[in-house]
Design a protein. Structure first.
Ligand SMILES: [Zn+2]
Length: 487
């Protein structure tokens, strides 16, 4: 018989108050079904058929919320460490076109499981992988199989019709509109965990068509629309926020990834519309997007964090939180250093970045009343950290939030519970269902990923990436004079 409840005994539970301040309390926590049913010292569950987890000297954290991630990219891991944004466009972004529908299933499953392994319980999947009619259904079934909570951002993906020269299809495939409508009708998937969103980057389309796409999605019941926004030399200095405002589309269901170099007017428009942004420090720092906006004074209120490409960087939020915090501190400190002074304070705190990875992520996806913090009545998306590992010992005793933000690695993520179900236990991912519903341990998923990677790599080697890059510059109307060796 499958137990319907889980009792976390004697853990250090991180509880948010209404001002987003976190207090660690020593307590028991009872999960019934998919919900946190009780938080109290000494809960007696002897009358219930309950799984009991001894959490003595362990930290119980809200699950992390990653608000921008291209989950399909697992097979591309390791390729982009030294790539600029322009390198990545043909070598990463466009090579989704080499994936068949099975590749998508394994890539997506691998990406979701890496996220869970690191303590992410919810992510926004900007799924620019709709290269065939089975791609999105396979991606969604892999997401369901993994057990993660997700908004699957169905994406009008530019389909590659030729690699030599690189050419994209002039319009969306025939099945796009009907598939979007069908998926919207069928959602949510996976017992309510996986909702449909829209990932939209086709702002080159005429105004009426953009408006029509957004209105169509909203009329289909889609609750979140996400778009990339990087102001700069690559994609130009124009403001996507002002365009959305001018089109009458800006609202609380809009989530912009990066928002790098957003103008002060952008920040005013975004905050007044209660729209949100997802900073992804690793790619932004590497690919010259600009400093992450997560701690910008005028955007911090609507900011959250994401992983972006797990092909470039780790798929866990611990890495992104730490990077976001330290780069913001560095940027704050430098003007003092430049004039021979020293700042009196460390400007940004571990608590504020922990919130970017939890409760503020929940706000960005419009789900703050259900996820993002630990409270009775909220959904049971929980991460249990080992407090006695070599990295965590003493830090966990002294300050649990610091222990997680500054000391924890994926190794210290001992147990992950999503929607009341244990998905990682004793430091190991639990079995999932494969492409045909068969039960599968992680090592078998890894074998499938390696097989899939070999097939994709063989196709990849046939492509002249140099000429593809030139074509990308042309297609996206990038200005060659903006790409230089020194400023
Ligand atoms: Zn992205």
């Amino acid at each position: 018989m499958v137990s319907n409840s889980i009792l976390l005994k004697n853990g250090i539970i991180l509880v948010h108050d209404e001002n987003d301040h976190i207090t660690p309390i020593k307590s028991d926590l009872l999960v019934v079904g998919n919900t946190i049913a009780d938080i109290r010292p000494h809960i007696d569950a002897s009358s219930l058929d309950t799984i009991i987890l001894d959490c003595t000297r362990k930290l119980v954290s809200p699950g992390f919320i990653d608000t921008h991630h291209h989950v399909w990219q697992t097979q591309l891991k390791g390729r982009h460490a030294n790539d600029t944004l322009l390198d990545y466009m043909p070598r990463g972004n466009s090579t989704g076109a080499l994936y068949n529908a099975d590749d998508v299933f394994w890539g997506e499953l691998g990406g979701c499981l890496e996220a869970i392994d690191g303590g992410t319980t919810m992510l926004v999947d900007h799924a620019h992988i709709t290269h065939g009619p089975l791609h999105a259904p396979n991606a969604i079934s892999a997401t369901v199989s993994s057990g993660i909570r997700s908004v699957y951002g169905y994406c009008d993906t530019p389909n590659v019709t030729s690699w030599d020269p690189l050419t994209f299809a002039p319009s969306t495939p025939d099945y796009f509109d009907s598939q979007l409508a069908d998926l919207a009708k069928q959602q949510p998937f996976g017992d309510g965990r996986v909702q449909l969103g829209l990932a939209f980057d086709s702002f080159f389309l005429p105004k009426e068509m953009v408006i029509e796409r957004f209105e169509k999605a909203r009329s289909l019941g889609i609750k979140l629309i996400t778009s990339h926004y990087v102001r700069g030399a690559v994609f130009g200095p124009h403001s996507l926020v002002e365009l959305l405002e001018a089109y009458g589309l800006l609202g609380p269901d809009i989530l912009l990834s990066h928002a790098s170099n957003a103008t002060t007017n952008d920040a005013v428009l975004l905050t007044s519309a209660n729209a949100h942004v997802a900073a992804t420090p690793n790619t932004e720092l590497q690919m010259a997007h600009g400093f992450p906006v997560s701690f910008r004074d005028d955007l911090h209120a609507v900011a959250s964090l994401g992983v972006d490409c797990q092909s470039t960087n780790p798929g866990d939020m611990l890495t992104q939180m730490r990077l976001a915090l330290q780069v913001a501190r560095g940027a704050y400190n430098q003007p003092f250093i430049d004039v021979g002074k020293n700042p009196n304070v460390v400007k940004h705190t571990v608590e504020s970045v922990f919130n970017l990875g939890t409760i503020k992520g929940a706000r960005a996806v419009g789900m703050a009343s259900h996820i993002g913090s630990i409270a009775v009545g909220k959904l049971a998306d929980l991460v249990i950290f080992d407090g006695e590992s070599p990295a965590m010992v003493c830090a966990a005793e002294h300050d649990p939030v610091t222990a997680i933000v500054m000391h924890a690695s994926v190794r210290d993520v001992e147990t992950v519970i999503v929607d009341g179900k244990i998905r990682k236990s004793g430091g190991k991912l639990l079995a999932v269902q494969g492409l045909n519903g068969e039960k599968m341990e992680w090592n078998t998923v890894a074998e499938k990923l390696i097989e899939s990677r070999v097939r994709i790599e063989a196709e990849y080697r046939k492509i002249d990436m140099k000429s593809a890059t030139v074509r990308i510059m042309d297609i996206f109307q990038m200005r060659p004079e903006n790409f230089v060796d020194s400023p």
